[in-house]
Ligand binder design. Structure first.
Ligand SMILES: Nc1ncnc2c1ncn2[C@@H]1O[C@H](COP(=O)(O)OP(=O)(O)OP(=O)(O)O)[C@@H](O)[C@H]1O
Length: 251
């Protein structure tokens, strides 16, 4: 089942074209890692796909009425500012705003599931503004999870998390995809992307330059061209193992 279709999506910032003709379809069951250097266009793509910034071309999501979109897709933005000193559990419960006709019990249950999934039980009564950066990230992922949408869009969800929390979040996203949801996450950790994503989409200067299985997208050629690095990749019994070896470009 198609959850998101982008066709010829473009976005300009000033006189620069920062997203240039993106054609992309996300289906149920996929955990898609959105990769690319700083400035490649990952955040712009995630925002333009939702109609949060002006864009050309077509997005199935941006085309929906706002209330339908909120039932279809949850978004964890890259900027993690939390405006009010509300408790962590109240912040997570905000994910339920898109479900005005859900029973109170269903809202509570979804909030509790999200709190448990992100291991926030011990923090639930703390003001969200007083959390560490990584704890705030987990609370915002939980808020998106509580929305219980078919599609989850997450902008650098694991940056700033400790190693165990990063792996837990990647496993959680992989499990959501296995359950039939779709997840698109921009990521800078190529090793975790290789290990956990079902599909990788590589952006360069606002264009998709590779799209497919992790072992194909993380080819030596793509790594050199799009990241200026070399890496060693081996298939192990546990999955794909990926280790960056060197930088191939002068700074
Ligand atoms: N509001 C803005 N005004 C001007 N330029 C912008 C604006 N937003 C984004 N850009 C430019 O658009 C390009 C793509 O930015 P974007 O944030 O999408 O990159 P990214 O791939 O998410 O990068 P990062 O990995 O650093 O988060 C960059 O060159 C950026 O400088």
């Amino acid at each position: 089942m198609k959850l998101l279709v982008l066709s010829g999506l473009t976005c300009d910032q000033g006189r620069r074209r920062v997203l240039d003709g993106i054609d992309l379809t996300i289906r149920a069951g996929e955990f898609v890692g959105l990769l690319g250097r700083n400035g490649a266009g990952k955040t712009t793509l995630l925002r333009a796909a939702q109609g949060l910034i002006p864009a050309g071309g077509w997005s199935s999501l941006a085309d929906m009425p706002a209330h339908e979109r909120a039932r279809m897709a949850a978004f964890m933005p890259q900027g993690r500012e939390i405006a009010w000193p509300m408790s962590v559990e109240s912040l997570v419960a905000l994910g339920r705003i898109a479900h005005p006709d859900a029973a109170g019990a269903a809202d509570l249950a979804a909030t509790e599931r999200a709190i448990a999934a992100l291991d926030l039980g011990a923090l639930r009564h703390r003001p969200a503004t007083g959390l560490s950066g990584g704890e705030q990230a987990r609370a915002l992922i939980a808020r998106a999870l509580a929305q219980e949408t078919s599609l989850l869009l997450a902008d650098e969800p694991i940056s700033g998390l400790d190693p165990a929390a990063q792996i837990r979040v990647m496993r959680l996203f992989a499990a959501l995809a296995k359950d039939g949801k779709g997840v698109v996450a921009s990521l800078h950790d190529l090793g975790l992307a290789a290990r956990h994503c079902t599909r990788l989409v590589l952006l360069e200067q606002g264009r998709i330059v590779a799209d497919g299985a992790p072992s194909k997208v993380l080819s030596a050629r793509n790594l050199a061209q799009c990241f200026g690095i070399t890496a060693q990749m081996t298939q192990t019994a546990d999955g794909l193992s990926f280790q960056v070896q060197d930088v191939t470009e002068p700074h």
